[in-house]
Design a protein around this ligand. Structure first.
Ligand code: DGL
Length: 273
């Protein structure tokens, strides 16, 4: 075993959404150390061009490799996975680079019975058609209906997880997808911010629709990839390092509630990429 086994896994998102993936990673891989970057200066990614998101993702990965010597990268953001996964995999051939779209697509394909899957995501992810491509590559007979729900990202960043306004916006976005005949029986939360709204979304949809979020499937994939490459850590994990590209206060407030872990200015570092 080399020191590489003890190196951290880099995880990034535009904001706190990727913490849903980080949580699953920490549960599945308790011996691993993580460095989490929230690109809060440039959130939202969902409204940016493909070229801009690719550039952000490259800058973050370069920084992770240079400063933190990461042994693997998890793109804990659907928008960045949709636009930048293949570019990052081509540029950073020395480390495994994983995105969140394929694990979610696989989970949804396994669950649907009526072969109609709905996807809610950011504008950028919907525009990219990455989910349609991933789902139909697995099963051509499946119909995919997508809806961009960009406002939900802001509500999550604001910490409005249980709020009448959030409920009515969820309803406004979901109603057209789930009205009429042969509506989807499966909904993919195609943005890592949305699992934070899962209870409210499930409450609106009722029991007949399965709601899929990718976090645990991504974590299992990371585990098997590290195992295959003999990169699993054999020592105790170090505390997660949190990095933000804008002032830490806003991130600390919302992230602490979500992680159930008291974050403070000593644990969250402001960096520029
Ligand atoms: N959490 C991100 C995603 O999964 C991006 C949200 C945003 O920055 O627009 O797409």
């Amino acid at each position: 075993m080399t020191n590489l086994n003890e190196a951290p896994i880099g995880v990034f998102d535009s904001g706190i959404g990727g913490l849903t993936v980080l949580n699953a990673l920490r549960q599945t891989l308790p011996q691993e150390s993580f460095v989490y970057l929230a690109d809060t200066a440039r959130i939202p990614y969902g409204t940016k061009s493909r070229e801009a998101v690719i550039q952000y993702a490259q800058q973050i990965c370069r920084q992770f490799i240079r400063r933190h010597r990461i042994k693997a990268l998890v793109i804990a953001c659907n928008t960045a996975s949709a636009h930048a996964l293949s570019t990052l995999q081509q540029e950073f051939t020395d480390i495994p680079v994983l995105g969140v779209i394929i694990p979610s697509a696989m989970a949804a394909v396994n669950v649907t019975r009526n072969r109609h899957i709905a996807v809610i995501a950011t504008e950028g992810t919907v525009r990219s058609k990455a989910y349609e491509e991933a789902i139909t590559a697995l099963n051509k007979s499946i119909r995919v209906s997508s809806q961009a729900c960009q406002l939900l990202v802001s509500l999550v960043e604001e910490g409005w997880l249980e709020d009448d306004i959030t409920d009515s916006i969820i309803q406004r976005y979901l109603k057209p997808l789930f009205s009429g005949d042969n509506t989807p029986d499966t909904l993919v939360l195609g943005c890592t911010h949305f699992p934070l709204l899962k209870p409210r979304i499930e409450n609106y949809l009722g029991k007949n629709v399965s709601v899929i979020d990718s976090a645990s499937n991504v974590a299992k994939e990371v585990f098997s990839l590290l195992e295959q490459r003999q990169l699993l850590s054999t020592v105790h994990s170090k505390p997660t390092q949190f990095l933000v590209t804008d002032s830490p206060q806003r991130f600390i407030a919302t992230a602490s509630i979500f992680l159930g872990e008291g974050l403070d200015e000593n644990k969250v570092q402001h960096i520029s990429v």
